[in-house]
Design a protein around this ligand. Sequence first.
Ligand code: SF4
Ligand code: SF4
Length: 461
Amino acid sequence: MTKEHEDLEAQPSGSLSRDGSRKFVQPADVRGRFTFRRDLIFAFLIILLVAVPFIHMGGHPVLFLDVEHRQFFLFGRTFNAQDFWLSFFILSGVGFALIVVTTAWGRIWCGYTCPQTVFLEGVYRRIERILEGPRERRIRRNAGPWNVDKIWRKLVKHLLFAAVSLVLAHVFLSYFVSLPALTQMVMHSPAEHAEAFGWVAVMSVLLYANFAWFREQLCLVVCPYGRLQSVLTDDDSLVIGYDTARGEPRGKVKDTSAGDCIDCGRCVKVCPTGIDIRNGLQIECIGCAACVDACDEIMLKVKRKPGLVRYDSLLGLAGKPRRFWRPRLAFYAVLGLVGLVAASVAFHSHTNFEANLLRPRGAPFATTEGEVRNTLDLHLVNKYSDATTFRLEGIHGDALTYVFPIPEITLGSLASRHIPVMVSIPEASLQPRLRAHVRVVPIGHEEDSVIVDEPFVGPVH
Ligand code: SF4
Ligand code: SF4
């Protein structure tokens, strides 16, 4: 065993060495019920990420952010830049959901669904394990000389990392560029789409650097959510912890005076952030439950009850009853309900087209041959995902008559148009507070018809 290898094995837990330099964490493989569940979730999320651009609803992908044309498609609904305010509800809803989930179930997001964890554990680390073997072999090889075996394994690993990063960058891009356009880009020279090529290149390099090298440091140093754990969780939140009362004092299996922890160090070796959960809840713990599976495996081997390291609250670990409902969570639930209602009302107010009847500046009315005429302007925006024909109808009443130079108009998705509307009335029938009413009927979606109105003005006003 080389000196470097000995140092790696003997270092304190965590990803920092005593001298402050980065210690590259090499977590050991682990199997168990939580690892199995995580693997299933990782596979589902990765498949979902790749599949979404291919799943269509209303003629467009279920989630497609066409930034170039300022069109956004979400579950068959079309949004434009004017609907941007609705993103407040989506972003604040996601943020709030994270707060509630963290208060109730700790870092379940980090351990099971965060893209950093999903791709690092589900893809990159898997490649590394296949090519470089289990933890001990990896540490030994890294500490050893550069020979043919080490070179080809490292080379193939990094080539695969780069290839996966490139594919992922293209998958992300397909949420912002349509799949046919993306296919065209891939088939043609980068010079023809320099901007998109630049984005993919930068994103690929960032993904590669993150997953090949930076890894857990993103959770420990960069991620703001990780820093907020101490304020989001309380003594009743579900966390992963070590049962000190049961485990201490640590000792050999045959030592009858010792607690249940046999000090095998397996929980530390599997930890992706390199910490020792026996030192208590730490901000570096991403809640991956690898140490739970690792310790359960050991406990079963030494014929002791699993659960020495387990999901529990800090109160539960201290032997006190754990509460799920507490004032803080109830308050969040009420707040969440209010937010949900507000978001539902806001999204319900989103219409499939916009119609506004306006009065152009400077020409309120004209009087000719005993008739008063108002020339109004109907502004129409089609927010259906397809081209739609709109029929315009005047609502006759109060002796008003309507003339539509363009009685029917077809607009492409998110196209808009100003259409003149002439409304007139015999001067003798003019009365105060008259209003002109126009019904806008989207053909094929008659149930979405709306009536827009505008005051009719004349000399009596
Ligand atoms: S302490 Fe356990 S749950 Fe926390 S990151 Fe390490 S292995 Fe995962
Ligand atoms: S895996 Fe369990 S028995 Fe082994 S050191 Fe960790 S807590 Fe102790």
